[in-house]
Design a protein around this ligand. Sequence first.
Ligand code: SF4
Length: 329
Amino acid sequence: MVNPVVKVQGLRKWFPIKRSLLEIIHAKVEGFVKAVDDVNFNIEKGNVFVLAGESGSGKTTVARLILRAIEPDAGSVFFDNMDITKLDNNDLKKFRINAQMIHQDPYASIDPRMRILEIVMEPLTAYKIGSKKEKEESVMKTLEEVRLEPVNDIAYRYPHMLSGGQRQRVALARALILKPKFIVADEPVSMLDISIRAEILELMQNLQKKHEITYLYITHDLSTARYIGNDIAIMYLGKIVEKGPIDKVLLNPLHPYTQALIDAISEPDPNNRFVEKKIRIKNEMGKEIMYGGCNFELRCPYAMDICKTEPELLEVEESHYVSCFLYPK
Ligand code: SF4
């Protein structure tokens, strides 16, 4: 990898399980949910790195750790070669100007009592950037960039007066206004109608090219991942089970879980960009006990005795890694 902007190394976050009110009062810990467990990946400058998996796989926790919304138990996150897990408050503030987040539900992430002008301006106000006139000009320019037009009308509306797609454009404008180098987009189109999704993804791609923005794109939907991503990591119960360039992983999925995710794409792909393996997995996620073996063992149709030990994430072809005993060293 030539020029990674973000390097995630050995990242770990385990949450204690507390079983009852009495146990909570006595802070009795019954074990841990391994939300993020030894996660490693790099994101190259100007690329879109996709983190995919079902809900509960740990992908949003990874995003929160990368933005230092929560502290890791172990590991490092390098942003432009600075370990953000060790930044003091001043440097953390600079990092947060450069690293923004777009949430899944634009309505939940913006204040419904504020006008669009104030919502998009808020980050500039929080970081004391520009005079009132400069801030207003910056908002208008950014609204134009995300194609919320006519800007003089949209800027004075309230969020409930906009469509879902327009509200997601507001969320994008709010993230862009600080001119960040890096944006974490957490399921940014999953709540939108299919017809609107492509428009928002295309807008994100255009902004990426224009401003050389690097994205971490979080999704459970491999069809949008294929549309926007350069590289992908598939997460399952806190671990990366497969990663590599997006075409290699989606056209030649090796891990049974990746194969199942591709199999679950309901819409037929007219361009045949996905290889369906017609795998049938057992049980639902969450029934597994993480005992130290392969996390996928109880659902996997190919499980073997050796799967009771933990498989390593190994490079099986150039830049294509998989964690599964079906692919020996
Ligand atoms: Fe299935 Fe074993 Fe591979 Fe895990 S390591 S995915 S249980 S074959």
